[in-house]
Design a protein. Sequence first.
Length: 199
Amino acid sequence: MAHKRYNSDNAVMLLIDHQVGTAGWMNSGPVEVMKRNTLALAKAAAALGMPVVLTSSMEADAQGSLFPELERIIPDAFAARVKRLGTVDCMADPDFNDAVKQTGRKNLIMSGLLTEVCVLYPALSAIEEGYEVQVVADASGSGTKVGDDIALDRIRQSGAYVASTIQILSELVEDWSTGAGPAVMEVLGELYAAIAEEN
């Protein structure tokens, strides 16, 4: 399967159910790492002028609000977020599906909580609808490591790609020295500095 390079002109960022309550259900890896990577994706999209579609599920219930930092980083996308009432597969929600279609882009960068529920099924649906999908594994997470691994395997088997945050940031930037490259390089530098502190 040939992979066409994603860039800021042909891709859209889908951040799915990155909610404060849902983050408490994630045990497949460090929650702070997932959150840091999610915010890095949002910062890069903002720097590149890429469209971002946000969605949340049952905000008034246990899942809670989206990470509040997202409102500061991508305020327009945050305000336009699709608030689902409980639909598991966000691509099955007409408002979300329409928001994705309205971007006019067929390359989807997708991450969310939880991988085994809120990312897996939209990825499968998007592939069926003719989109190309990359799932950012380290900006997502599941209830268990086993659950996460199985979900990512099924995502790969469906024909989607699995990537890391740093891989996606690097793929989106044509040249680190021009345009939005220096701004995204700053985001990348923050990630590498945080990784160095952890190790």
